[in-house]
Design a protein around this ligand. Sequence first.
Ligand SMILES: Nc1ncnc2c1ncn2[C@@H]1O[C@H](COP(=O)(O)OP(=O)(O)OP(=O)(O)O)[C@@H](O)[C@H]1O
Ligand SMILES: [Mg+2]
Length: 344
Amino acid sequence: MAAAIRIDALTKDYWVGFWRKRPYRALDTLSLEVQPGEVFGFLGPNGAGKTTTLKLLMQLIFPTSGQAEILGRPLGDVGARQRIGYLPENPSFYDYLTAEELLQYYARLFGYSGTDARRRTATLLDRVGIGAERRGQQLRKYSKGMVQRVGIAQALLNDPDVIFLDEPMSGLDPLGRRDVRALILELRDEGRTVFFSSHILADAEALCNRVAVVSGGRLAAEGRLSEILAFQARGWELVVADVRPEVLARLAPQIRRSTGIAAHRYALELPIESRPAAILSELVAAGATLVSLNPLRDTLEDFFVRRVAEMRDEAREGYGGNHRMSGAGAREGAQKDDEGHARD
Ligand SMILES: Nc1ncnc2c1ncn2[C@@H]1O[C@H](COP(=O)(O)OP(=O)(O)OP(=O)(O)O)[C@@H](O)[C@H]1O
Ligand SMILES: [Mg+2]
């Protein structure tokens, strides 16, 4: 079976500077494959190249080199494009239309009849949680989170097989995030492929089969989150309440560190090779209450910071100057371009 998405050495240089234009490598030979039916997390810090990759896949911009396929067809193939949905980063719509008008208009562009367009619009607005009472309101009166939901509905209008979502959770409150996560899992259960970008590890943990981490335009890691070394648990943090000190003293040999949070409430750090369930049962048998149990591992932020530092070292060790730039002036350009955008 063909991959749902295949990205092959995709590279994008932007031309930056005003008087003396020079290339700035926003994406550096990125290669990836996403299988049909996967929810794939495309993770990276600000400026990593996530939006650039999505725009290249949508042909909103064109690559300096490299290529990609969606559903086994080259980018731009009309048949494949009809089976794709896309939520841009920070979607903005003509905001004097109501959510209903906007979606119906788009649905008509996709070739749905008037009745079908109305039906699809209603179903999708239900699906993204915009209630009947808000649908007739102009989008300019919508909150950011609601516009984001309309954007998601728009991405699903043509009943796509492959859905690209650029930061789908951005601007949403915790309830909104939960709704969108649930929606993404529903889409997966319907057999669709979802490719979404995020800089939040928890989103990926809650959703993904696999992830790719990009940093500085390059692939920094790829695979199952649990298999990416940096994210493997290094231990456990067990928070318990109602613990008597003598119970804690008895368990001390099995605990790496214990920190008192409040009276009789402790955060216990357990080594990875320990059996947290067994320690927890002993504590509970002695009257303690479980507050939380979490694996201790690198956060995405730790990983980014380390990876960015490693990549800088690689560049210094003769990667042909700064890997994100080519040509002279690369190093000062890495700090700031002529338009004043801070780099890294
Ligand atoms: N039109 C452009 N001209 C010049 N540089 C650009 C342009 N668009 C993006 N860049 C630069 O390319 C790099 C990658 O940007 P991109 O928007 O792809 O990052 P991102 O991973 O989506 O970041 P964020 O999490 O902030 O959305 C950044 O350094 C950005 O400043
Ligand atoms: Mg972006």
